[in-house]
Design a protein around this ligand. Structure first.
Ligand code: QAP
Ligand code: CO
Length: 171
């Protein structure tokens, strides 16, 4: 089931999400609905709070070189913790909760993350490149943060100006 995505400046996007404690059918339903929602909106990552559920759950599905996404590449991430990070990198990010705005964000280049599967099994991943960026972007959502908060002062000004204009046009 495709769910509505919360859009900036919805206050719920600032909520701190709480850890998942039950790896049950309601969690599985949430993850399935999140996947339907992400795929329907051409996303590569989505956190539960973006569909209004304040739980520490996120999904990532990176496209291949041709831009195709496959169900077998879906990563479901519950209660993630960054154990280690190294280096820095810049990438032009976007977010389903900030539609049609893209800007450069600095993040760690390499990370080691602990998380749990939908069945409550512990996993660890070491990653860099786009996957490391996606993990950090989605994990920020769990603590109520959006990528626009990481922009330089001037770029944030540019964002706020463009967003206000867009809201005016929509009225
Ligand atoms: C987060 O972002 C991310 O503005 C996922 O009109 C960002 O899926 C991971 C999207 C950067 C890795 C690198 C945004 C779709 C999707 C839009 C997304 C839009 C339509 C964003
Ligand atoms: Co996002």
């Amino acid at each position: 089931m495709v769910l509505p995505i919360l859009v900036y400046p919805d206050k719920r996007l600032k909520e701190q999400s709480r850890p998942v404690s039950e790896f049950d059918s309601s969690l599985h339903k949430l993850l399935d609905d999140m996947n339907d929602t992400m795929m329907a909106s051409n996303g590569i990552g989505l956190a539960a709070i973006q569909v209004g559920v304040p739980l520490r759950a996120l999904i990532i599905n990176l496209p291949d070189e041709e831009g195709n996404q496959y169900p077998e590449n879906l990563i479901e991430v519950i209660n993630p913790v960054i154990l280690e990070k190294r280096g820095s990198t810049t990438y032009t990010e976007g977010c389903l909760s900030v539609p049609e705005y893209y800007d450069d964000v600095d993040r760690a280049e390499w990370i080691r993350v602990e998380f749990y599967t939908r069945f409550g099994e512990r996993r660890e991943i070491e990653t860099d490149g786009l996957l490391a960026i996606a993990f950090q972007h989605e994990m920020d959502h769990l603590d109520g943060h959006l990528f626009i908060e990481k922009l330089s002062f001037l770029k944030r000004k540019k964002f706020e100006k463009e967003w206000k204009k867009k809201l005016k046009e929509k009225r």
